[in-house]
Design a protein around this ligand. Structure first.
Ligand code: DGL
Length: 271
């Protein structure tokens, strides 16, 4: 049996937080990683533009690089297009959505924070998750594209000033930091945010539980593609959709995470 091949997809480096969890659980899978940086940040796109882009890009990519399963490692894309993508593709599609349910089980003071992209915060999918699982909890929401950009910067080879990073985080979280009764549990509703987990914990003085969906996604992938005796070694290749300085600065983040290449994938032009 040959090595199973999956595609991990995001607008940028956020999917690496999911890749790491998947690799911890199943080191025998080969991964393609596709970062659609040409359309980054997804959290600022309309539903129509994003859905059309996902359909065209993923169809084109999987024609050229066939895979056994796709992980939409992006809350912004999953909360709008999962149903459409599942109807369109015949292979399994695993989506990432905010971990509201586990956060409800963890909170002690019954106040949960949800931080995500502006698009994810306003999605009906997100409201339904809150209505279904957090009826007896107070849920505070915060939309931030700045935090997405900080995660991209953190992973780039450009030097980072930690004092400056803490200052930027305190600005982003200032609404919650000023509260007399703060959330004790925060849902990281964007796959970029676990890449800043230690920094966010520090910003809250360590008095916070951060919850993300990475572990659950890795379990789901494991269930759909169980480890099998396979011939050959897994190989990981990453792609981006637009060449620019920022991508060059991100190459090392992929290479140190077991990817053997990081190259341009030029999708077909959208109609
Ligand atoms: N990483 C993505 C998410 O989980 C999207 C970030 C963006 O491009 O706005 O929502």
């Amino acid at each position: 049996m040959s090595v199973k091949q999956i595609l991990i997809f995001d607008s940028g480096v956020g999917g690496l937080s999911i890749f790491e969890e998947i690799r911890k659980k199943n080191s025998k899978l080969s991964c393609y990683y596709l970062s659609d940086n040409a359309y980054f940040p997804y959290g600022e796109l309309t539903k129509e533009v994003l859905t059309q882009r996902l359909l065209c890009l993923l169809t084109d990519f999987t024609k050229k690089h066939p895979v056994d399963l796709i992980v939409i490692a992006c809350n912004t894309a999953s909360t709008i297009a999962l149903k459409t993508l599942r109807e369109h593709f015949s292979i399994p599609i695993v989506g990432v959505v905010p971990a509201i349910k586990p956060a409800c089980q963890l909170t002690k003071n019954n106040i949960i924070g949800l931080i995500a992209t502006p698009a994810t915060i306003t999605r009906e999918y997100t409201s339904l998750l809150i209505d279904e699982f957090a009826t007896k909890k107070q849920v505070l929401t915060l939309a931030s594209t700045a935090l997405v950009k900080l995660a991209e910067r953190k992973l780039s080879a450009l030097p980072i000033d930690n004092m400056m990073l803490q200052k930027q985080l305190s600005d982003i979280f200032k609404e919650w930091l000023m509260l007399a009764r703060r959330p004790d549990t925060i849902v990281l509703g964007c796959t970029h945010f676990p890449l800043l987990k230690a920094d966010i914990e520090l910003c809250f003085g360590g008095n916070i539980q951060l919850v993300d969906s990475g572990g659950a996604i890795a379990k789901r992938v494991q269930k759909l593609l169980p480890v099998q005796c396979s011939i050959g070694m897994p190989q990981h290749h990453a792609f981006y959709t637009q060449k620019n300085k920022q991508q060059c600065a991100l190459e090392h983040a992929f290479l140190i995470r077991h990817f053997s290449s990081f190259s341009l994938f030029l999708p077909l032009e959208m109609e």
